[in-house]
Ligand binder design. Structure first.
Ligand code: FES
Length: 88
């Protein structure tokens, strides 16, 4: 099922496709720059705020409790489980 991923500040909404490993890969393919480093959910560099919807993260060690409470997700390991809106 195709979920829509909206990048609010970038003003783009794109359809999720399972060929992408992560929301970060989807963003990069559509010219949306998100800083990243480890690509494995460890460093936290690729953190973005999830404004609505649900994601699943294969690894989320790069988030601490306050990040989670603030709705942050790690775009390098997250995939959408519903239509989502990201702040980026
Ligand atoms: S790039 Fe390191 S946690 Fe995503």
């Amino acid at each position: 099922m195709a979920h829509n991923v909206e990048f609010k500040k970038s003003g783009k909404t794109v359809a999720w496709n399972n060929k992408y490993e992560s929301i970060l890969a989807l963003a990069e393919d559509h010219g949306i720059a998100i800083d990243n480093d480890c690509g494995q959910g460890i460093c936290g560099t690729c953190m973005v705020r999830l404004l609505s919807g649900k994601v699943e993260m294969e690894a989320d060690d790069g988030l601490d409790e306050s990040d989670r409470k603030a709705g942050m997700i790690l775009s390098c390991t997250a995939v959408p489980l519903s239509d989502i809106v990201l702040e980026t």
